[in-house]
Structures are given as structure tokens and as C-alpha cells.
Design a protein around this ligand. Structure first.
Ligand SMILES: Nc1ncnc2c1ncn2[C@@H]1O[C@H](COP(=O)(O)OP(=O)(O)O)[C@@H](O)[C@H]1O
Ligand SMILES: [Mg+2]
Length: 370
């Protein structure tokens, strides 16, 4: 549907010093997909979106929407922004202050469209979009009487009523409070699926990305470092960066004596003992391999308690316990290394107690990239 290949856009300062940007991004979107660019501030998410929208001119690369080249540095094609039929919602939203809430949301349906709608159809679509963002009761209000968060929601409703070929959403929920943000993200996903619009969503919030996306591209320093479904990104990170950026994790370094087969387990010798690890892909035997285990994939018991056969085991001493309501966090010292364990079950253990940690080999993930 949308294809981006070799996208390269570097900002150059006045004195010619090369700066940040996006350095060679490749991805393809399927029809109706909600695709997320996730990464820390400054990693190039907005630059990627602005290049697709036609607000930036990349130095290199190709962007194709359907069968049409929007940008191609080789052939010199660069379709102007207004001719791309791409909708965009920015972090800093823009609504028309001289119009009411209704007029703002209805505007894209009334001007310059191929498809014409009857008055009743426009009304139904606008009402639906405004209900989705919780502004159904504000239809006749002048838009200047809305709060900042409400204006952002109006900008979102307007982007959906426009029915673009592609919708670009740059941190559209960032100005909302936590509770509204969670509510809006599920509404947004529902509307996206109902309308069938293909969308690229940008966020630096990993839980937001995991909750709404069909697929996620994790970015760091202008590059896509991993691309996959939310559960793969979370359960099968390929690098320390992704493992740490998406949730909390325990990291151990070890050494492999044998080559590893893809999608299978292999033994890794670590200073804490031998561990059976899952290899998402093939790997040659090497001196240094990093492995990660999520805190919620570790079981903790009083030392000596019966444990499942075949699991990796470590013994240590409980250092701290934090009760967080729905879960308990334990910090355990294993031969001088701290492990974080999260479990919904309070254990009959206290600080200073000897404990055993156990975790399945399928949950002990070898990181194939450095
Ligand atoms: N207009 C600009 N001029 C110069 N540098 C910019 C400009 N916009 C972004 N950058 C730089 O490009 C990099 C990527 O920025 P951006 O795409 O906005 O990141 P993100 O949206 O992921 O936070 C950053 O290093 C940022 O400082
Ligand atoms: Mg940004």
C-alpha cells in the first residue's frame, strides 16, 4: 500500500554541519494496517512522517503510495504535499478558530473531494467522529471555547472524517491526561479498523505502541532497529536497545560453545552458571552473547521448594520487596548481580532469605545483534 525504501533525510545547519534526521528507513504498509514508529525523542520519527507527507524533501530514497511514486530521488519525482491525499495530525494540532466544532470536523468532507456526500451523510459521519473523541455534546460550540485537550481531539476527529488514503498521526494523544489517553487510544484503534484507513502512528510511549499497533518499527538514532508485531517486539527483542526500551528486563552476558539453530534452544555459559537460551535466529558460536529475561517471566520461591523440570535455575538472596497492589516486585542478588522479578503472587519470603529463581528456556532470549 505504502512503500518507503532507503529514506534518507539529514538536517544540515547553516554552517554546513550535518545534524540529525532519518538515515535509510525501509518499510512497507499493508492496506488497513496501523503501523507505529516507536522510539525516544530525536530518533527521527517526525522526520519520517514529514517526508511521507511531503513537508520535507529527503536527500535519498523512494516513497510509493499504491502504484504512484510520491518521491523518488533517482527519477526526480516529488509530488507536492497537497496532491498526496495524506491526512496528518500533529502533536501541535491546528483547528480553524472561526468555525464551530461541527464545521471544523465537516470541512474536509465539503471541499475539494472526488467523492461527494449528501448533507445527511456528512452529518452522520461528523457526528460519529465527534462521538468517538467525546465531543458529541459540543457540536455547536465555537472551537475557541475548547480546552487544549479538546482541540487535539477535534483535530483527530477531523483527520478521520477526511478519509485520506493514508493517515499520519504524530503523537496525537500527547497533550491529554493519562486516563483520557488510554481511553482515546482504544477508541482510535476501533475507528481506524472500522474506517479501514491505513495509518502510521508515531509515539515514544512503548505501552501505547504495544496496545494499538498491528506492527511496530522501533527506531534509534535515525534507523529502524527492529520491526515486528507487538508481541514479537516485546518477547523477542533482537538488541539491548529494544529490550531496554520496551519494558524492563534482566540482562546477562555469556559465552556460546556451539552454533545455534534458529527457533531452538542452546546452552550459554554465564558467570552465574549454564543457561538454556532461545535463539530467534541462527548464531555462530561466540565469546560474548547477551541474553535477556523479563521480570514477569521469572518465578521466585524459597530455596529448596519444588520447581518445574527443565527450567533455568539460579539461587540468590532476597534484597528488597515492593508491594505494588496488582504485582509484587522482588530484587534478588545472584552472585553479586541484581535480578528484578515481578509476580502477581506474594511469596512467603522476606529480605535476607535464600531464594531460587526459575525461568523457562523459551523466555531466556539470546540477543542476536550487539
Ligand atoms: N527542522 C530541523 N532542523 C534541524 N534539525 C532537526 C529539525 N527537525 C528535527 N531535527 C533533528 O533531527 C533529529 C530527528 O528529529 P525528529 O524527527 O523530530 O525526532 P522525533 O520525532 O523522533 O523526536 C533530531 O536530532 C532533531 O534534533
Ligand atoms: Mg517528533
Amino acid at each position: 500500500m505504502l512503500s518507503v525504501s532507503g529514506l534518507f533525510k539529514q538536517y544540515i545547519s547553516h554552517d554546513g554541519t550535518p545534524g540529525g534526521g532519518v538515515f535509510g528507513a525501509d518499510f512497507t504498509l499493508k492496506e488497513g494496517e496501523l503501523f507505529t514508529l516507536l522510539g525516544p525523542s530525536g530518533c527521527g520519527k517526525t522526520t519520517t512522517l514529514r517526508s511521507i507527507a511531503g513537508l520535507e524533501t529527503p536527500q535519498k530514497g523512494r516513497i510509493t503510495l499504491g502504484s504512484r511514486d510520491l518521491f523518488n530521488s533517482q527519477s526526480g519525482v516529488n509530488v507536492p504535499m497537497y496532491d498526496r491525499d495524506i491526512g496528518m495530525v500533529f502533536q501541535s494540532y491546528a483547528i480553524w478558530p472561526h468555525m464551530t466544532v461541527y464545521e471544523n470536523a465537516a470541512y474536509p468532507l465539503k471541499v475539494g473531494r472526488k467523492k461527494k456526500y449528501s448533507g445527511a451523510e456528512v452529518e452522520r459521519k461528523v457526528k460519529e467522529a465527534l462521538d468517538m473523541v467525546g465531543l458529541g455534546a459540543f457540536i455547536q460550540r465555537p472551537s475557541t471555547q475548547l480546552s487544549g485537550g479538546q482541540q487535539q481531539r477535534l483535530a483527530l476527529a477531523r483527520a478521520f472524517t477526511r478519509e485520506p488514503d493514508l493517515l499520519l498521526l504524530d503523537e496525537p494523544l500527547s497533550n491529554l491526561d493519562a486516563q483520557l489517553r488510554e481511553q482515546m487510544r482504544s477508541e482510535l484503534k476501533r475507528l481506524q479498523k472500522e474506517t479501514g484507513v491505513t495509518a502510521i502512528y508515531v509515539t515514544h510511549d512503548q505501552s501505547e505502541a504495544l496496545a494499538i499497533s498491528d506492527r511496530i518499527a522501533v527506531m534509534n538514532e535515525g534507523k529502524i532497529v527492529q520491526l515486528g508485531q507487538p508481541k514479537d517486539i516485546y518477547n523477542r527483542p533482537t538488541s539491548e536497545f529494544v529490550a531496554h526500551f520496551i519494558g524492563r528486563t534482566n540482562l546477562i552476558h555469556g559465552e556460546m560453545a556451539h552454533d545455534a539453530v534458529a527457533e531452538a534452544t542452546e546452552t550459554v555459559a554465564t558467570p552465574l552458571g549454564a543457561l538454556r537460551c532461545f535463539f530467534p535466529g541462527t548464531a555462530k558460536a561466540r565469546k560474548d552473547i547477551a541474553i535477556v529475561v523479563r521480570p514477569e517471566h521469572i518465578r521466585i520461591r524459597k530455596a529448596g521448594a519444588a520447581l518445574e523440570d527443565g527450567d533455568n535455575r539460579l539461587t540468590g538472596r532476597l534484597k528488597a520487596e515492593t508491594y505494588l497492589g496488582e504485582i509484587v516486585e522482588y530484587v534478588v542478588d545472584v552472585a553479586g548481580k541484581e535480578f528484578l522479578v515481578r509476580t502477581p503472587f506474594v511469596q512467603p519470603i522476606g529480605p535476607g532469605d535464600a531464594v531460587t529463581l526459575s525461568f523457562a528456556p523459551e523466555r531466556t532470549i539470546a540477543l542476536l545483534e550487539a
